[in-house]
Design a protein around this ligand. Sequence first.
Ligand code: DGY
Length: 324
Amino acid sequence: MTMKPRVIVTRRWPAAVEQVLAERFDTTFNKGDAPLGLTELKAAFLNFDAILPTVSDKLPAAVFPDAEIRTQILANFGVGFSHIDIAAAKARGIAVTNTPGVLTDCTADIGMSLLLSVARRAGEGERQLRAGQWAGWCPTHMIGTKVTGKTIGIIGMGRIGKAMARRAHFGFDMDVVFYNRSKVDDAETRAMGARQLSSIEEVLAAADFVSLHCPGGAENRHLIDADRLGAMKRGAFLINTARGDVVDQKALVAALREGQIAGAGLDVYDGEPDVPSALIEMQNVVLLPHLGSATEETRVAMGMKAVDNLTAFFEGRALPDKVV
Ligand code: DGY
């Protein structure tokens, strides 16, 4: 009988997915769900054929041992892979896969929730009510900003950017402008009447809501910095469901404090799970704990995608979602 590949799962995964993993592989689960440290991750490379990390694990070059590596594949649970040093994996001949597609709708749903919540002061209103401080309806109580008919600016018109644009346009009658490095010209984008502008600055100048949908990592670090926050319309809102490092958080705090922008809706942070106390203290900021893909349907689908990648790898088939 051939031995099953040894795989390690760094965090708890949905039960239905863990069951499949247990059937197909010689799987080590993380029953306590505590994040693995650098030493444990390093050891995993020596002892397992596959590591199944996720977006909250940190896999910099220092975690990849130089010799005696047993690991052949990192089947990541998550579409983003900026937490993995891809060059280090490549240099050691380790395959990397991710889970695109299945979290598009749910991430865009959270983006829209943030946009609506921050514009209509939903978080602030709920806090007031729960604190027993609501004094009743009156014409001037907690006045927000109208969403319907405004302009949304999408930075990064990939799958999730398009899904956000679709919701904004068809659900809320919004005009869509966007920035994308490569030309986007497809039937769906044309049907929305979405206009591709040639610079991020042009999008910032036009949009009432700016929504970020580009990858994180070195290439986009602080893409939205003090200058770009300054280029946004006064009274505009920033929505980030992409990665925390895309925004210079210090500059964002300053822009919010100075009233340069009206508010922000954030699902991701630089250095998660730390969130700057300056943001927590602000009423015009809606803060979610990285919930973009957090639905039963999507998390199971993400896990099953990782299983499919792993299965294909050990059966010698082409990887469905190959990063490296
Ligand atoms: C991802 O997949 O990259 C999200 O951030 C978590 O679902």
